[in-house]
Design a protein around this ligand. Structure first.
Ligand code: FAD
Length: 471
């Protein structure tokens, strides 16, 4: 008999491993299935109930909230480590440091992590650390790995990725202009960064910073570099934290920082001078689908809240349970269809990455980057609507989830950039499609001829004016 917090079907609990979409099943190992079931239990039994405790332990007041280090998250980390639920995100075919799962297997797990505020950090699978650890694992020197990757993998420190700047349109990374000048063995950094996620947390010890090191390079993709900046380097000020539709996301948050003559040794350069674009692009591939995978889980949670509300015996508008009002069931059905489609698209992208790499899966990644946040927001909107006033208040997690879900249409490149890329690529088929259609028409004409037929319009009428009317 299932414990109540795992109930998920009319008959009780169907474990996550038994709900893997058929299309993905051939690529999921038995070990991953076991871990997936553990992740499900851990999230439903431990993390979701702990979310509200975490929120309260963060405390009150801006300074205190960003100085806080909720004990509950450390306790969850200890439990997760004991269960072997740690660093599942580092894909096995690219890195030796992770837990040894594929992107697909992690995708199935990340869906559950996305249902809770604390689950990702509790299992050391939280953004932006995940993408940053991939940068270290992929491009870091042995020295850089020892200093930063090891404590990140152990969950001892946190990190931030500083690309976006307030004064330029940062969705086009060629605009990034934080000034980087060489001075002997050092680089000197001056400028501003904002939306530096994670920078608010006192445990955030390392920034991965993109700046302009060669403004006169004729190739705009060679002007930027990425360099490691320890958070305690003199000259850095975190001016303020930014809110996300009113939520401060403390203690990690999103910082607005100033760099004033910040000196870092040249050995902190990642991959090499002028290779910032490579680093940024290498970081964003799998990271984008991590967001999408978690968003599928968030959408599932929203649907769970939605359906639960339809059954709340205290809420019977016009004398009926909400599920007896047909429009609500139609919304449930739509949500089910959209979530299931979104999941398949994400798993498809993950399989494609596993079979080759993120570069070959650009189309699939762009598709889910656009599709999944829309699904999440649509499902959340229906759930919020079913709760009436409570839906937009702090009494359900839905409002917070909506605020965070809304950012998914902006972070890691706004929808439009991915739409444009997809549209452009699809459009390249235009000239050939024109030729193909013309060739098919020519063949049709030949066929008519060979059958001795005259080609005529399927709705040919040939009615002539002036004939006798029968009316
Ligand atoms: C919660 C949150 C967390 C974030 N975390 C980080 C982080 O950790 N590190 C980091 O560096 N950044 C982070 N960001 C920043 C994020 O990546 C940028 O906001 C995003 O890339 C867009 O850049 P921008 O804000 O400068 O907007 P802009 O580049 O000015 O774009 C604004 C709008 O212009 C439109 N637009 C842009 N390009 C096109 C186009 N080609 N066609 C049509 N319209 C277009 C879009 O509507 C777009 O939303 C975060 C943002 C949020 C909200």
């Amino acid at each position: 008999m299932s414990v109540p917090y795992l109930l998920n079907s009319p008959s009780g609990h169907i474990p996550a491993s038994q709900r893997i979409p058929i299309i993905a099943q051939p690529w999921v190992s038995d070990r991953a299935k076991k871990t997936l079931d553990l992740v499900e239990r851990f999230v439903e039994e431990e993390c979701i109930p702990a979310d509200a405790v975490f929120a309260q332990q963060v405390g009150q007041g801006t300074v205190a909230r960003f100085d806080s280090h909720p004990q509950v998250i450390e306790d969850l980390k200890t439990k997760a480590k004991k269960l072997g639920l740690w660093n599942m995100f580092l894909p096995k075919n690219h890195f030796k440091e992770g837990a040894g799962f594929s992107n697909l297997e992690y995708g199935l797990m990340a869906e559950y992590l996305g249902k809770s505020v604390t689950a990702s950090e509790a299992t050391n699978c939280a953004a932006p650390d995940t993408g940053n650890m991939e940068v270290f694992a992929k491009y870091g020197t042995e020295e850089q790995k020892k200093k930063w990757l090891v404590p990140l993998l152990n969950g001892e420190i946190r990190s931030a990725f500083l690309m976006t700047e307030p004064q330029v349109a940062s969705s086009d990374a060629t605009n990034i202009e934080l000034d980087m000048k060489k001075d002997g063995d050092y680089w000197v950094l001056n400028g501003q960064k904002w939306w530096s996620s994670g920078a608010g947390d006192r445990r955030c010890k390392i920034y991965i910073v993109m700046g302009k090191s060669d403004p006169n390079n004729s190739n705009p993709y060679k002007q930027q570099s990425v360099i490691l900046v320890p958070a305690d380097t003199p000259g850095i000020t975190i001016n303020r934290m930014l809110s996300v539709i009113g939520f401060d996301d403390a203690p990690h948050g999103h910082g607005h920082l100033t760099f004033n003559n910040v000196r870092v040794h040249k050995s902190n350069m990642v991959l090499g001078e002028g290779r910032g674009f490579e680093v940024v692009q290498g970081r964003l591939g799998p990271g984008r689908i991590h967001h999408a995978m978690r968003s599928v889980g968030a959408a599932e949670r929203a649907l769970e809240y939605f359906i639960a509300r339809l059954h709340d015996p205290a809420k019977k508008p016009f004398g009926k349970q909400l599920y007896e009002h047909g429009i609500q069931l139609e919304r449930v059905a739509k949500s089910r269809i959209e979530i299931d489609s979104a999941r398949l698209a994400v798993l498809n992208a993950a399989i494609k990455i596993d079979q080759s790499n993120a570069k070959d899966a650009l189309k699939e990644i762009a598709e889910v980057k656009i599709q999944v946040p829309k699904t999440l927001l649509d499902v959340l909107d229906r759930a919020i609507q079913a709760y009436g006033g409570a839906g937009v208040s702090q009494d359900t997690p839905l409002a917070n989830m909506w605020a965070s879900g809304r950012t998914m249409r902006i972070v890691d490149g706004p929808d439009e950039v991915h739409m444009l890329q997809l549209g452009r690529n699809e459009n390249k088929r235009g000239p050939n499609l024109l030729k193909r259609i013309e060739a098919q028409k020519a063949k049709t004409r030949e066929l008519f001829k060979s059958y001795g037929l005259q080609e005529k319009d399927v709705l040919e009428l040939k009615r002539v004016s002036g004939g006798q009317s029968k009316l």
